[in-house]
Design a protein around this ligand. Structure first.
Ligand SMILES: Nc1ncnc2c1ncn2[C@@H]1O[C@H](COP(=O)(O)OP(=O)(O)OP(=O)(O)O)[C@@H](O)[C@H]1O
Ligand SMILES: [Mg+2]
Length: 459
């Protein structure tokens, strides 16, 4: 529990009780301000911010509920704890419905009260932090729908701004879910081509046999089933932007055809004899390393040069930790307005490596919004897969281990971590003990130890 000093208002008309409460809260390092009446409490709330208000209900000039109502109506950053005698438990429940954080019956146990006060203060602070993030959000949206406060991202968006009105072909490179399509759309939005279409095709998802007629269209009778002329996307996108998504997945044959269309600004519909002209700006995206694809002979260098007037490299989410909390609260506000993230949940987000990047974060928040019953989303509510550290897996990959070798080393490592205890090792690996023993046969027998299975009694 945080022991940051809590600024709190203590509304209590009984002077001796008020004194005891304030005294002990002060002893605990907090900053209580006493108010003997509803009128004074309202005045104090107007003048300064309190994280917590401790409200007695029956006062000479009114009810503590009036103060609670004011706090709720004006959306003050104050959490309310109601103090009540046994006779007024009903009223206390009413207070909870109105939005009080908690209630304590009199005579209040000071130690319990202190705990509740500190918890309430923590909640008030979280609410404020989340609200502050949302305000920042509104300022962090240079492109509609694209949220970032990361310096590299903002630099990239500035570049988008600069090249938007040129016809330079742009290649957007980045891992899956980093926002490549969002950036492509932003480029179109900022360009003079904006009144004309933005047409996207996912080259990785369209079957090889269809991609040509998708891109270039076909004439009536070009093949069985071609009952009428169909325009291709190159034509549909005329004067606009053609977004070639997953461009690294295009076959060698199609690469030639696309290259020719880009160089001559002309193409033929499938089954067509007449060249069709079209004025498109091409924006391409890929999550592959195209230079490596070129080396491997899978991607044409001349097409690469043609697409790559400029490369925009989208950093993965794990390299922009400053965006994680911002994006998380943006998505949470969208899917579950009013819910907030606990500090531990924020830490868990920061620690995760986000292989699926922003898309994964979006899904995680959507799930948490739907499944988490309470107002504060905890780390446990986030569907974050456990994963091995990246450097570990990639160095294993560089070492060129087979799966079997990797498994053997991994089992040995987990076994060592569990001091040779096979039951624990099996549990940690998610194996039933028998399977582990079978696999252990392949790991070793270690000198000085008995046959496999001898220490099975431990389970
Ligand atoms: N900075 C951002 N702000 C808000 N939403 C974002 C941001 N970046 C990505 N998203 C959202 O994340 C999802 C994935 O983004 P997008 O489709 O642009 O990624 P991509 O790089 O094209 O992914 P893929 O390689 O898998 O096609 C979309 O729903 C998008 O709206
Ligand atoms: Mg995409």
């Amino acid at each position: 529990m945080s022991i940051l000093p809590v600024r709190l208002l203590v509304l209590e008309d009984d002077p001796s009780l008020s004194e005891i409460l304030c005294e002990s809260l002060r002893d605990r390092g907090h900053a209580p301000v006493p108010a003997p009446s509803v009128a004074e409490a309202l005045q104090l709330l107007e003048r300064s911010d309190f994280e917590v208000a401790l409200l007695d209900l029956m006062l000479p000039d009114g009810s503590g509920l009036d103060v609670l109502r004011r706090i709720v109506e004006e959306a003050l950053p104050t959490e309310v704890i109601v103090l009540t005698g046994y006779a007024t438990v009903e009223t206390a429940l009413q207070a909870m419905k109105l939005g009080a954080y908690d209630y304590q019956t009199k005579p209040a146990r000071i130690d319990e009260l202190e705990v509740v006060v500190e918890k309430a203060a923590e909640k008030a602070r979280l609410r404020q932090e989340n609200a502050a993030l949302r305000v920042r959000l509104e300022r962090q949206e240079p492109v509609p729908g694209l949220i970032t406060q990361n310096a590299r991202m903002r630099e990239l968006l500035a570049t988008v701004e600069r090249v938007a009105s040129t016809d330079l072909p742009v290649l957007i490179v980045g891992e899956t879910g980093t926002g490549k399509e969002l950036v492509a759309r932003a480029l179109h939005q900022r360009s003079t081509r904006r009144p004309h279409p933005f047409v996207a095709i996912n080259c990785g998802a369209v079957p090889e046999t269809l991609i040509e007629s998708e891109l270039f269209g076909y004439e009536k009778g070009a093949f069985t089933g071609a009952v009428a002329r169909k325009l291709g996307l190159f034509e549909v996108a005329d004067r606009g932007v053609l977004f070639l998504d997953e461009v690294g997945d295009i076959s060698a044959q199609m690469q030639v055809k696309i290259l020719r269309a880009l160089e001559t600004k002309e193409f033929y519909r499938v089954g067509g004899m007449r060249a069709v002209r079209s004025d498109v700006r091409v924006v391409a995206a890929t999550n592959k390393d195209l230079e490596r694809e070129i080396e491997a002979g899978r991607f044409r260098q001349d097409l690469y040069y043609r697409l790559n007037g400029l490369t925009l490299l989208l950093p993965p989410l794990r390299d922009r930790p400053d965006d994680m909390a911002l994006l998380a609260s943006h998505f949470l506000a969208r899917f579950a307005p009013g819910k907030t993230l606990s500090r531990r949940a924020l830490e868990a987000l920061q620690a995760h490596s986000w292989p699926g990047n922003v898309r994964e974060l979006q899904m995680a928040m959507q799930r948490a919004a739907a499944l988490c019953p309470q107002e504060t989303v905890e780390a446990e509510d986030l569907p974050l897969r456990r994963e091995p550290p990246r450097d570990w897996t990639s160095s294993a990959a560089r070492a060129g281990l087979t799966l079997e070798e990797l498994e053997r080393h991994y089992i040995q490592a987990v076994l060592d971590a569990n001091h040779g205890h096979r039951g624990k090792t099996a549990r940690a690996l998610g194996l039933d003990p028998k399977t582990l023993y079978n696999k252990l046969g392949a790991v070793r027998p270690r000198p000085g130890r008995g046959e496999m299975g001898e220490d099975e009694a431990e389970e």
